[in-house]
Write a protein that binds this ligand. Structure first.
Ligand SMILES: Cc1ncc(COP(=O)(O)O)c(C=O)c1O
Length: 407
């Protein structure tokens, strides 16, 4: 699906709401977003109240519930299925630690492709409970769904994957994996850091049991706030590791009262995983961005952004650049990576030619990343074709200068 010309114009007009677009192509949302003016205004309002001593706690709680509801709507869940976390790691660790493990059970994942956020929490649980980690090998930069499914055995309780990897940025066929896991009675836990907010992730349609994300990337919010979705009937069976006053249904009592501790009831669904006061400024910021994403429609955002990445990858390939995965591997991802080798080291900078190109682009005002030895270009709804033209022209200039130097 590609975006219609009318949709393209709508996105074009939106650029004015992202002041950072004025300084050249911003292609690094996979690290952190450009802040949306609506989010900025929400934070400023919060800080004004904080500065003047007029923060209204009831209004803050209402804002928390509004953001919870908006996030739920974005991913096709209900508000009771959403908990607030600090980041992705916190969300994954929360669900991992709450599952009632039995020694001998296992978790299947692909360590060579996953971000450490989706690796260490499982090892932490393994150390404490005697479960094992079954790590399958990555295949040409992909998390191989067939190998993941083949690794599932009678002891597998969880399959943990990222929907789009941080490098090389390939997208996993989640619905296919979700169906295979559900058929086998295995829980699918997804790291959505590089997909939620840009791809049309629907937790019910994709049969996802738990989804972890943070808000500073495609959700266009701040560091220090994330979300955990847990399917409600699963969450209802779980005890939070950190039992807090916000895990417990206090009815009409003040949040500061413990009530009758001999007979407390856990909150509905994933709400039981909330822990103490919230990151209010980050909550109102991401609330504004969530409203924007919902108004635009994730299907439109996905079509627009993936249309840009496809065009970008094609044009770089036409110039002879080693787009990782070539033309066929890029289906529907907001990330394009360039380089010959996927290194094992997160910040590897071993490919001198690519690092030269990186430095050249950066010096000319392109904001991009380097991950695992690859140049990483990540797109969001504020990018446009002019950004692509700008980078493609610079690549041509760089190639010309190198060719002249080699003569
Ligand atoms: C796939 C993926 N997962 C997780 C994270 C970050 O995890 P956390 O929010 O816990 O810092 C990142 C990037 O920062 C990522 O790319």
């Amino acid at each position: 699906m590609t975006a219609s010309p009318a949709t393209d114009q709508r996105f074009e007009r939106l650029r004015a709401e992202f002041p950072g677009t004025k300084d050249g192509p911003y292609l690094d949302v996979s690290a952190r977003c450009l802040l949306y003016s609506g989010a900025r205004k929400a934070i400023d309002d919060y800080l004004d109240h904080n500065g003047m001593g007029t923060i209204d706690k009831a209004a803050m709680f209402a804002a928390v519930e509004k953001t919870r509801g908006l996030y739920a709507k974005l991913i096709g869940a209900t508000a009771d299925e959403i908990a607030f976390t600090r980041n992705v790691t916190d969300a994954i660790a929360t669900i991992a630690a709450a599952l009632p493990w039995k020694a001998g059970e296992n978790v299947v994942l692909c360590e060579s492709i996953e971000h450490p956020a989706n690796i260490f929490p499982w090892h932490g649980v393994a150390k404490r409970t005697g479960i094992t980690i079954k790590s399958v090998s990555g295949k040409d930069g992909h998390i191989p769904v067939d190998a993941i499914v083949a690794a599932i055995d009678g002891g597998t309780r969880v399959v943990a994957v990222s929907s789009v990897s941080f490098a090389p940025g390939f997208r996993l066929p989640l619905a296919e994996l979700g169906a295979a896991c559900r058929e086998r009675g295995v829980l699918l836990v997804v790291d959505g850091a590089q997909s939620v907010g840009v791809l049309d992730i629907d937790v019910k349609a994709m049969k996802i049991d738990a989804l972890a994300t943070s808000s500073q990337k495609y959700l266009m919010g701040l560091y220090g706030l994330g979300f955990l979705y847990v399917r409600e009937d699963l969450a209802e069976t779980l005890d939070p590791v950190f039992l807090s006053r916000f895990s417990v249904d206090l009815g009409d009592q003040h949040e500061g009262s413990a009530g009758d501790t001999s007979s407390y009831e856990l909150c509905k669904g994933a709400r039981r995983f909330d822990v103490g006061n919230y990151n209010y400024p980050a909550t109102v910021a991401v609330g504004a961005s969530l409203q924007l994403l919902i108004d635009l429609g994730l299907k439109n955002v996905e079509a627009y952004v993936c249309g840009l990445t496809r065009e970008f990858a094609d044009r770089l390939l036409d110039l002879g650049l080693p787009v990782y995965g070539g033309r066929t591997n890029l289906a529907g991802s907001p990330i394009v990576t360039v380089g010959k080798m996927l290194s094992t080291d997160h910040d590897a900078k071993g490919d001198r030619e690519m690092m030269e190109l990186h430095d050249f682009l950066k010096a000319k005002g392109v904001r991009l990343g380097v991950r695992r030895g690859l140049l990483r270009f990540s797109f969001h709804l504020y990018n446009n074709r002019a950004d692509i033209d700008f980078v493609v022209d610079l690549v041509r200039q760089w190639q010309k200068t190198r060719a002249q130097a080699a003569d």
